[in-house]
Design a binder for this molecule. Structure first.
Ligand code: SAM
Length: 207
């Protein structure tokens, strides 16, 4: 198989995306791990042509890490950096902790992303905030965390899930309103629709 490196630590063949397994449980000969765009909005975003500004030394705050599936690929990319993986559901937290055990650069944080002041003692300033949270106030949560943790030149990648905000209104209207809210505290650079996730919109922003 031929792999091409398309971004820092991100590879692809004709059809699929991969990262290089950096977990301590990986064999000495590092292996490529398939990164499925049907199970990861970040992978879908990369396949749409947006390369996240994550380098091998980046610090990333990941809001809504669930069991750590996408976060583990971010940890492969930022292999000499840090991934703060935040989650508030006790049910999935168990699996997130397990995923972090073999990844020294991935730190599990059990907290509500609505209250950054409760975890600010754990998190340094970061290069990237990635948010994938199903809540009504997604833009508000993102802005609170941008204010607390994003470096001046840092990047926010927000996955807006329309149906968590409003179950009836047209997705276009929901996206429009949520992006407007985000503009109150951040500069929106780009929005990207993801073919695999019809009620989601990826928003790229800076401070
Ligand atoms: C769509 S899932 C994330 C999937 C994950 N990003 C991935 O690709 O592997 C959303 C997660 O956000 C978490 N979540 C929702 N609201 C939250 C909040 N206020 N603080 C922290 N986590 C939250 C949920 O428990 C859920 O696990």
């Amino acid at each position: 198989m031929t792999f091409t490196e398309i971004g820092c630590g991100i590879y692809r063949d004709e059809k699929r995306l991969f990262t290089m397994d950096q977990s301590v449980s990986a064999s000495k000969d590092r292996e490529f791990r398939t990164w499925d765009p049907h199970h990861s909005k970040l992978a879908a975003l990369i396949l749409k042509g947006f390369m996240p500004p994550i380098t091998e030394s980046s610090r990333v705050l990941y809001l809504g890490a669930a069991a750590g599936s996408t976060a583990s690929h971010v940890s492969d990319i930022a292999r000499n950096g840090l991934v703060y993986a935040l989650e508030f559901s006790p049910r999935v937290m168990k699996n997130l902790i397990l995923a972090c055990e073999s990844r020294p650069n991935m730190i599990p944080i059990f907290a509500d992303a609505n209250h950054p002041e409760k975890y600010s003692y754990l998190v340094d300033k970061v290069d990237v905030i990635y948010q994938d949270i199903s809540q009504r106030n997604q833009a508000e949560i993102a802005l609170k965390n941008v204010r607390c943790f994003l470096k001046d030149e840092g990047c926010l990648i927000l996955m807006i899930k329309a149906r968590s905000i409003d179950t009836i209104a047209k997705t276009r209207e929901i996206f429009g309103k949520e992006v407007e809210k985000l503009r109150e505290g951040a500069s929106v650079l780009e929005t990207v629709k993801l073919p695999q996730y019809r009620d989601h919109l990826a928003v790229i922003a800076t401070k």
